[in-house]
Design a binder for this molecule. Structure first.
Ligand SMILES: O=C(CO)COP(=O)(O)O
Length: 139
């Protein structure tokens, strides 16, 4: 079990403002976590919260969702916050579905909107401390 909660952060374009607002509101807690994000999402979070350490992967349409899926499969992500836009067609929809599938396979808490993210984050630290989140043993 990782010492710090390992959070993956992703938002589709129409939801990036929501995720930035969420990250700003919870910047204090997020500063205690290991943060990884898809490229553009990570850049937006860093613009708003420059004190946070965010590892930026590729942009979603260029493989970022798949990279985060791989981290989940390796037991290196505890929580996925993925603010999805269900109203806009996406060229990489198969990647989005694959990521959600892996988060489900590995029983990762996955918030697809801000309301759920608020609940997940408030519970995440407790989950981490009790060892109830996915870990490398899942692999
Ligand atoms: O497309 C995404 C998730 O499917 C997000 O990618 P970006 O953060 O690079 O915009």
């Amino acid at each position: 079990m990782a010492e710090r909660l390992r959070l993956a952060l992703i938002a589709h374009d129409q939801k990036k403002d929501d995720l930035v607002a969420f990250a700003t509101a919870h910047a204090g807690f997020l500063a205690t976590c290991e943060l990884v994000a898809t490229g553009t999402t990570g850049g937006r979070i860093l613009d708003a919260c420059p004190a946070l350490a965010v590892t930026r992967l590729k942009s979603g349409p260029l493989g970022g969702d798949q990279q985060i899926g791989a981290l989940i499969a390796e037991g290196r992500i505890d929580v996925l916050l993925f603010f999805v836009d269900p109203l806009t067609p996406l060229p990489h929809d198969v990647d989005v579905k694959a990521l959600m599938r892996l988060a489900t396979v590995y029983d990762i808490p996955m918030a697809l909107n801000r309301a759920t993210a608020e609940i997940v984050l408030s519970a995440a630290d407790t989950l981490r401390r009790t060892g109830a989140t996915a870990s490398a043993e899942n692999g």
